[in-house]
Ligand binder design. Structure first.
Ligand code: FAD
Length: 304
């Protein structure tokens, strides 16, 4: 219920404006978002690279409602790729298909993905399509398939263990050789498409992770759940997988302690670094993941 309410709040422009103008909300935003500008994102990325992490950068934004905004988002990612290459950062990009116009014009969105993939390939960088709500899952998986059909093998996507369809998507994209980021899923989804209980989502995660460890070339495990992290390490060791043949991924500002431990122990860690001004829905999803964050946010919003 809380997740559902928050998912409604995430799309409310009035709340976004209220949050943007409340100075008291800023400390919470700063925890999860590197800053408003590309330079802020690059600064955070440089610091993380210095301690041994790789990066995937997200110029925040989603569900754009006109072509101009989709073009502007693609332009922001072009600038990001150029600057990241200049700085020689070990960084890829994470981009939301609806930010590139998926809901407006699919061929246009596909062309933007192709352009970004080609530019990323020049810097040997990976492009991950973030997975959004279940109504765009099939379209997102198809974008990855189309990119591969056109030779852009550096394009992959996130898959959410919460969704019933995910085991099939995991097999489908593994057969293709596409990079998969396995996550639990940050969207409030209905029972006819998604597991509702944490224990079911976690069980599905572990099953998909086991499949990926057996079958995929380079799986990416996006979770801060220390039990899953431990299970994946154990399973990988049993299968004799080298530590550089898979990676963990975590979000900027979440479980920094676990991030440091993984790097210190010689595991690969990729940190997801969001930046930009359209941070409201991203931050609301982070709040939904942890009610303790939410209480702080609501206090700040109502007294701001
Ligand atoms: P949980 O059981 O939720 O959390 C485990 C522990 O991590 C918690 O006990 C807490 O200590 C800590 N923690 C987790 N979240 C927070 C938080 N917000 N604030 C503070 N502490 C926290 N979801 C999508 O739907 N699509 C995507 O494309 C996508 N990409 C992602 C990329 C990366 C790199 C990561 C790490 C996550 C991504 N997610 C995405 C979000 C993901 O689906 C989960 O919602 C999120 O990671 C929380 O699940 P968890 O696996 O960390 O486990």
């Amino acid at each position: 219920m809380l997740r559902w309410l928050l998912s409604r709040a995430a799309g409310d422009p009035r709340l976004a404006e209220l949050a943007a103008t409340s100075p008291l909300v800023r400390p919470l935003v700063d925890r999860f978002v590197a800053g408003d500008t590309l330079e802020d994102g690059l600064r955070a990325a440089t610091e993380l690279a210095a301690v041994g992490a790789t990066l995937t950068l997200d110029h925040v934004g989603e569900y754009v409602t006109d072509e101009q905004d989709a073009d502007a988002a693609a332009g922001a990612y072009r600038d990001l790729l150029a600057r990241s290459a200049e700085e020689q950062l070990p960084a890829g990009i994470s981009v939301k298909p609806t930010q590139l116009g998926l809901l407006l014009d699919r061929p246009g969105c596909k062309a933007r993905v192709a352009d970004l993939a080609a530019r990323a390939a020049e810097a040997d960088a990976h492009v991950t399509l973030d997975m959004e709500d279940h109504t765009v899952t099939e379209a997102t998986v198809r974008l990855v398939e189309q990119a591969h059909a056109d030779g852009a093998t550096n394009v992959g996507c996130a898959l959410q263990s919460a969704l019933h369809r995910t085991p099939e998507d995991v097999r489908r994209l593994t057969r293709l050789g596409a990079g998969i980021r396995l996550c639990k899923g940050a969207y409030a989804e209905p029972a006819h498409v998604a597991w509702q209980r944490r224990v079911e989502v976690d069980r599905a995660y572990l099953e998909a992770a086991r499949y990926l460890l057996r079958e995929a070339t380079y799986p990416r495990f996006a979770t801060h759940d220390h039990r899953l992290v431990a299970a994946i390490k154990r399973e990988a060791a049993v299968l004799g997988r080298a530590r550089d043949s898979y990676e963990f991924q975590m979000l900027y500002g979440v479980r920094d302690d676990l991030q440091r431990t993984l790097v210190g122990d010689g595991y690969r860690l990729c940190v997801y670094v969001p930046y930009g001004t359209e941070w409201f829905p991203y931050v609301v999803r982070r709040l939904a993941e942890r009610p303790a964050n939410l209480a702080f946010f609501l206090r700040a919003l109502t007294s701001g």
